[in-house]
Design a protein around this ligand. Structure first.
Ligand code: AMP
Length: 395
C-alpha cells in the first residue's frame, strides 16, 4: 500500500483529493473542522518535503454553481488550521486553474473551487478527470469520506497517474484500522451493532459473522429480533418484514459459533419523547402502548461483561435514543465499557455516522483506539465491499 511516505515531493505538485465537505452555518462559517484537521498530516508532509499542494474537494450538493457551496467560504478556516495561507482559485479545471497552478511555488497550498460545480465529477467523466490530472505531478487520495464513490476525482483520475499515485495518511490509517478488525484481528472479536433499523445493517452483519466471536445487537433494530423470537415489544420500533431475516441471522450465527447478545431488559417510554413517562421492563414482555428506547441496566451489565473479555471491538450504532437524555444511559455505559477494555489493551474501532456522533457527544473520542471519519465509506468497508477510491490506488 503506497502512501505519501513512499514519495519525495521535493519540487513536486501534489494533487490531493481531500474531503473538505464541512458543515457551514447560515453565515457560511465552518462549524466543524474535523475533516480539515484530518487532512493536515498529509499536507504538512508534502510541504516539508519541499512540494506544493493542490487541494480538490466537493462541498455539499450544489446545483448550477450555487455560491453558498463555494469553497471560498472555507479558505480562512483552512489557512488557520493548516498554518499556511491557502490560495484559492475560482475554478477546478480550465485556464484559470492551470494558471494558478503554474504560479504555485514549493511550500504553497492552492484550493480549487468545488468539484461538484461540474456534473462530470459525480458522473465519473473521463475527460473531466483528465483535465484535473493535468494540474499535478503526483495524485494523492486522502478523502475517505468519498472513497466509496467512483467519481472523477476519487477514482477515475488515478488512471492518469499509473506510477505516481498514493494514499494520503488519513485514508491509509482508515484502511489499516478497519483491517485490524476485519483481517488482522486478535480474538475474541466483538461487534456491537446498534441503530434504528435492521435493514440498513444487514449486509454488515452478514459480512462480519465470519470475523467475530460475539455479536451484540442493540438499539431499535434489536426489537425486530426480540419480536421474531416471540417476545412482546409493545409499540417499539419493528420491521415486520425483517423478522424472518432476523431468525436466519441468529441461525447463521449459531452455525458459525458466534455468540449473539440481545437486550434482556429495556428502558421503556409511553411516547417517543424526552418528557415521556419511563420505566424498566423485561425486553420480551413490553406492555401495549410502551416502547423500548434504550437498553436496561441488566443488559448494560451483560454487554459490559462481554466487552471486558474482548480483544478487538467494533462499534457501529447507538444502543438507544442517545439524543434524549433519559435514553442515553445504555450508549454511555457501552462507551464506558469499550473505553475500559481499550485501556486494558483491546483495540476498539468506532465507525458509522451515529455512533461517531455519540462518541463525540459523550467524550469517548480519546478513550477508544480509533474513530473513523467516513460514514458511508466505513459502512461499505464493513459490508466487505471494495471501494473504488481505494482500488484505484491499488491497481
Ligand atoms: P443508525 O443511523 O441506523 O445507526 O440509527 C441511529 C439512530 O437510531 C439514532 O438516531 C437513535 O436515536 C436511533 N435509535 C436507537 N435506539 C432506538 C430505539 N430503541 N428506538 C428507536 N430509535 C432508536
Amino acid at each position: 500500500m503506497k502512501t505519501v511516505n513512499d514519495f519525495d515531493f521535493n519540487n513536486k505538485k501534489a494533487l490531493i483529493r481531500v474531503d473538505f465537505n464541512v458543515p457551514l452555518n447560515d453565515d457560511l462559517e465552518v462549524t466543524d473542522t474535523t475533516r480539515i484537521e484530518a487532512a493536515k498530516p498529509t499536507i504538512i508532509k508534502i510541504l516539508e518535503d519541499g512540494g506544493s499542494c493542490i487541494l480538490m474537494t466537493h462541498l455539499g450538493r450544489p446545483k448550477n454553481k450555487e455560491e453558498r457551496f463555494s469553497l471560498q467560504h472555507i479558505v480562512k478556516t483552512a489557512s488557520e488550521i493548516l498554518g499556511v495561507n491557502v490560495k484559492f482559485v475560482e475554478d477546478c479545471i480550465g485556464n484559470m486553474a492551470t494558471e494558478a497552478v503554474s504560479n504555485l511555488v514549493p511550500g504553497e497550498i492552492l484550493l480549487l473551487e468545488n468539484l461538484r460545480y461540474y456534473e462530470e465529477e459525480t458522473k465519473g467523466d473521463r475527460n473531466f478527470a483528465q483535465q484535473l490530472s493535468a494540474l499535478g505531478d503526483i495524485y494523492v487520495n486522502d478523502a475517505f469520506g468519498t472513497a466509496h464513490r467512483a467519481h472523477a476525482s476519487t477514482a477515475v483520475i488515478a488512471d492518469f497517474f499509473p506510477q505516481n499515485k498514493c494514499f494520503g495518511l488519513l485514508l491509509a490509517s482508515e484502511i489499516e484500522n478497519v483491517n485490524k478488525v476485519l483481517t488482522n484481528s486478535q480474538a475474541p472479536v466483538t461487534a456491537i451493532i446498534g441503530g434504528a433499523k435492521v435493514s440498513s445493517k444487514i449486509t454488515i452483519i452478514e459480512n462480519i459473522l465470519d470475523k467475530v466471536d460475539h455479536l451484540i445487537i442493540g438499539g431499535g433494530m434489536a426489537f425486530t429480533f426480540v419480536k421474531a423470537k416471540g417476545g412482546s415489544i409493545g409499540s417499539s420500533l419493528v420491521e415486520e418484514d425483517k423478522q424472518e431475516l432476523a431468525l436466519e441471522i441468529l441461525e447463521k450465527a449459531k452455525e458459525k459459533n458466534v455468540q449473539v447478545h440481545l437486550p434482556t431488559d429495556a428502558i421503556i417510554a409511553d411516547s417517543f419523547s424526552e418528557f415521556a413517562n419511563t420505566s424498566i421492563s423485561d425486553a420480551y414482555t413490553i406492555s401495549e402502548g410502551w416502547m423500548g428506547l434504550d437498553t436496561g441496566p441488566k443488559t448494560n451489565e451483560d454487554f459490559a461483561e462481554v466487552i471486558a473479555v474482548s480483544k478487538t471491538i467494533l462499534w457501529n450504532g447507538p444502543v438507544g435514543v442517545f439524543e434524549m437524555a433519559p435514553f442515553a444511559e445504555g450508549t454511555i455505559a457501552l462507551g464506558n465499557a469499550i473505553a475500559h477494555a481499550t485501556k486494558e489493551g483491546a483495540f476498539s474501532l468506532v465507525g458509522g455516522g451515529d455512533s461517531v456522533a455519540a462518541v463525540k457527544k459523550f467524550n469517548f473520542t480519546d478513550r477508544v483506539s480509533y474513530v473513523s471519519t467516513g460514514g458511508g465509506a466505513m459502512l461499505e468497508m464493513l459490508e466487505g465491499k471494495t471501494l473504488p477510491g481505494i482500488n484505484a490506488i491499488l491497481e
